[in-house]
Design a protein. Structure first.
Length: 324
């Protein structure tokens, strides 16, 4: 990711240099044309006009608004200052983002709201660094900036379409906010907690502790499921197969009480117990689906395991199911 940002910046600087070289060539041709026009209009002093044209070339450039010499725009000191600014900016963004993440972890109630600031800091931080380098260090004329913007837009558009798709995807995610850092999302075959939203990609950690990197362009072109949508709680579902002859009213009351005593349950939202008849391996079963909310989304699978253990223990104790 850091290498990508440095490459983009070098491409910008290289394109800026090319534009200045072309602009200087055009300016020189215009100055020569003016010199020729002066020579033709003054037939009595051709030699004197030639000499004046050479000596006043700099003043003609200034009056015409031509670009300054390339050495005045791109120099070793300015390049060194740019590198220094990139290093300072990188460290500043890294430290600030880390401080925000630590503060978010210490405030569980506002964890998702606070972590939502991290991608904003990263994206706008790098945009500010680029603007400071162009406008504060190199300071090219406005006309050159417009020419540079047009040229670099065409060049990068053809050379790095996929990178630009991912960058625009990241900006779209930032403003549209289909998910935040800390949310549990499902994209394609992957499900996990979002840990970082970057310019090029989004990272999430799966339940088996694997880090998955998904390009932002894919996130914008696929269906995405968000389990909690910025809240600290989410719904957990567990299913069990029971004999057809059970008393559903009795089971519903028993399961409700069993789930309510779990240390992970979030009781401000409803506990739902549903039954459906299902045939499996040529035998009839009553399929029970239990829906409840976990207090902290990071305990999703602990809650599912705890809920299953408590329900199974109660059903065995009541003799509704047997060990064999």
């Amino acid at each position: 990711m850091k290498l990508l940002k440095i490459i983009i910046l070098l491409v910008l600087l290289s394109s800026l240099g090319n534009i200045y070289v072309n602009a200087q060539a055009i300016s020189s041709l215009q100055i020569d044309s003016i010199g020729l026009a002066i020579n033709e209009s003054d037939t009595l002093g051709a030699v004197q006009a030639d000499s004046t044209n050479v000596s006043d070339r700099s003043s003609l450039r200034e009056r015409m608004g031509g670009p300054p010499p390339l050495s005045e725009i791109i120099s070793i000191p300015k390049i060194l200052w740019s590198i220094l600014l990139i290093i300072i900016g990188y460290l500043g963004i890294r430290i600030t983002s880390r401080a925000v993440e630590i503060f978010a972890e210490k405030n569980p109630r506002y964890r998702f709201t606070i972590k939502g600031v991290v991608p904003i800091i990263k994206i706008f931080g790098w945009m500010l660094i680029i603007i400071m380098i162009i406008a504060g260090i190199f300071r090219p004329p406005a006309a050159t900036i417009l020419a540079f913007a047009a040229s670099i837009g065409v060049a990068i558009g053809f050379a790095s379409q996929d990178i630009l798709k991912n960058i625009f995807g990241g900006i779209t995610i930032l403003f549209d906010r289909p998910f935040n850092v800390g949310d549990k999302i499902e994209i394609g075959k992957y499900y996990g907690e979002v840990t970082e939203i970057g310019l090029r990609s989004t990272r999430l950690v799966t339940p088996d502790d694997s880090m998955v990197t998904v390009p932002n362009s894919e996130l914008m072109n696929q269906s995405l499921a968000n389990s909690n949508s910025g809240e600290s709680n989410c719904q957990v579902v567990t299913e069990m197969f029971l004999p057809v002859s059970i008393n559903t009213a009795e089971i519903r009351e028993l399961v409700y009480e069993a789930v309510s005593v779990s240390k992970y349950v979030y009781l401000n939202k409803p506990i739902t117990i549903l039954f459906a008849h299902e045939i499996k391996e040529r035998r009839s079963y009553m399929k029970m689906k239990v829906k409840a909310y976990v207090f902290d989304i990071r305990d999703e699978f602990k809650f599912k395991s705890d809920m299953t253990e408590i329900i199974m223990k109660e059903l065995l104790a009541k003799g509704i199911i047997r060990e064999n």
